[in-house]
Design a protein around this ligand. Structure first.
Ligand SMILES: [Zn+2]
Length: 154
């Protein structure tokens, strides 16, 4: 099967369609494709943004809002403030969380699940950031586990 992705005009000769010779996701939002024109045989690279439907988060009070990766990033940055966690690591965590949410394959996601994913990810990333986030996160379900965790850090 020849993968084509989005129909892409050749920038050199203007031929209508080009063939994809290589394709990889440069990050979750973008796919990089090497293409070759079937007419003039010139090669070029395209970066195609993936159109995705918005994720809807159901808040505790029942209100719904679109999932915002910017908001998630702000939350993560805040939790990691003055910690030795690079922005790269934070962005990586952000993408992992968003991917995990999308893999849930539901159009609406309870905010509780978002919180749990963030907590789990922060726990791997930085213990202090994890505690900070968890302590402001009211829905923390297993309070006993949480208390144990704090004691183990102190
Ligand atoms: Zn061409």
């Amino acid at each position: 099967m020849v993968e084509r992705g989005v129909r892409m005009k050749c920038p050199f000769c203007g031929a209508d369609d080009t063939k994809v010779t290589d394709s990889r996701d440069s990050d979750v939002f973008e796919t990089r494709r090497r293409r070759e024109c079937e007419k003039c045989a010139k090669r070029f690279t395209t970066y195609e943004r993936i159109e995705r439907s918005p994720l809807v988060v159901i808040k505790k009070d029942g209100r719904r809002e679109n999932f915002s990766s910017e908001k998630l990033k702000t939350g993560l940055l805040k939790a990691c403030e003055k910690r030795e966690v690079s922005v790269e690591k934070i962005e990586e965590a952000m993408r992992e969380i968003e991917n995990a949410l999308r893999n849930e394959d539901k159009s609406e996601i309870p905010s509780r699940l978002v919180g749990e994913l963030v907590i789990r990810r922060l726990r791997k990333l930085d213990k202090v950031a994890y505690i900070r986030f968890a302590s402001i996160y009211k829905d923390f379900e297993d309070v006993k586990d949480f208390e144990k965790e704090i004691k183990s850090i102190k």
